[in-house]
Design a protein around this ligand. Structure first.
Ligand SMILES: [Zn+2]
Length: 390
């Protein structure tokens, strides 16, 4: 629904009372009864976790202020409330899910929503109750690591081996990194020669890459948040618009990383964070021009540097796409670029653009449609097929 000032006033009043507000339309759509609401109120009352707030509403993607983002709504409310607070709500980025957003001096609620979802699939009210318990016990991360890897995501590589197993295999960090690089090279070579790596090796290599990517995404999102906190827009209309873009990109990236996101989503969060950083830098220029998301390499959105347009011919299609210097050189020489972004599906790696990853693959992570945020908002639910296993 559209969130008006009157709605916000109503939410704030409810939150000041029993701490739970459920939009009537949301209750109908999700079959939430008065008894369910009472159960959630009881969970809020019994938690030791200070300032737990439950706000269940589907924010419209064309809502003027919040544009489909629950975290934007909580940021708005928090701006007036201040202090510590934990909001439990419904986020529609990429794939609708329960989300937990914290403010103030509190640990990151990472894995809380994922564990609640895993333990109570298709039971939203029990998920909310579980969130309260997990926040109290602080065991979400521990429990998540006990979840069998094939139950975490339905379509992609698991987290693979634990650190202790790594040590046994690699005999040390240096050896380990070397092994990964070698295996990665072998993977490329064999792939082009029509061979595939043994599945176990493939998964081991990818698990290490996934972990590295997640750490990088977390670091860049954190840095963006800090830079936003320290800065301010220069004041012109275009700088204010760019600043809003920086905030929106940050909120989206943070929302994705607040869950145990699949690797394709982690790459998306990284791209969003980099766009957000570009918007933030633009907003702080005294003479800011209207900000546009930077054009990225279609073959791999993590490739940096300027792009040129090339024509990519696939089995059935021919598309004009932006490519970084290295990828463009390969395509013009009639070769497939060396480092196309790919993910594991089953027992092999597949180029990301051959997978149905919703807005990510449809827009080439924003390379084909530069309004990646808009595409994500419009694509609500499109990734149902790829959602976590139910
Ligand atoms: Zn490239």
């Amino acid at each position: 629904m559209d969130i008006t000032d009157a709605t916000i006033a109503e939410i704030e009043e409810e939150l000041g009372g029993d701490g739970v507000w459920v939009d009537p339309g949301f209750a109908r759509a999700h079959d939430i009864s008065a008894a369910d609401e009472a159960r959630m109120e009881e969970a809020v009352a019994s938690t030791e976790h200070a300032e737990l707030k439950v706000v269940l509403v589907e924010v419209d993607s064309d809502d003027e202020r919040f544009q489909g983002s629950f975290s934007s709504l909580t940021a708005w409310m928090q701006d007036t409330r201040g202090g510590d607070a934990t909001y439990v709500g419904w986020e529609v980025w990429s794939e609708p899910h329960l989300t937990v957003v914290t403010y103030g001096q509190q640990p990151d609620p990472i894995y809380v929503a994922s564990v609640a979802d895993h333990e109570h699939p298709d039971d939203l009210v029990s998920q909310v109750v579980e969130v309260g318990e997990l926040l109290d016990s602080g065991r979400a991360e521990e429990i998540w690591h006990e979840v069998p890897s094939d139950e975490r995501y339905s379509w992609t590589a698991d987290e693979g081996m634990q650190a202790s197993e790594w040590a046994a295999v690699g005999g040390g960090v240096v050896l380990l990194v070397g092994a990964v690089v070698l295996a990665r090279r072998a993977l490329r070579r064999r792939r082009s020669a029509g061979f595939v790596l043994p599945t176990t090796v493939l998964h081991t290599v990818r698990a290490a890459e996934d972990r590295r990517l997640r750490q990088q995404a977390e670091a860049e999102v954190l840095a963006l948040g800090e830079a936003i906190g320290l800065g301010e827009p220069s004041g012109s209309a275009s700088s204010l618009a760019a600043w809003q873009q920086a905030l929106d990109h940050y909120a989206a990236a943070r929302s994705i990383l607040s869950q145990a996101a699949a690797p394709a989503d982690v790459v998306g969060a990284l791209v969003l964070a980099r766009h957000g950083e570009s918007a933030r830098a633009a907003a702080q220029q005294p003479e800011a021009d209207a900000w546009e998301p930077p054009v990225r390499c279609w073959f791999n959105p993590l490739h940096e540097g300027p792009t040129t347009e090339v024509t990519w011919r696939d089995d059935a299609r021919e598309v004009d796409v932006p490519a970084c210097a290295a990828c463009a050189r390969d395509v013009r020489a009639g070769r497939e670029p060396d480092d196309v972004l790919d993910f594991i599906e089953g027992e092999r790696t597949v180029h990301y653009f051959r997978l149905d990853l919703g807005a990510w693959s449809r827009t080439g992570y924003g390379a084909l449609d530069r309004d990646l945020l808009g595409a994500l908002r419009a694509g609500t639910g499109a990734r149902g097929r790829l959602s976590r296993r139910r």
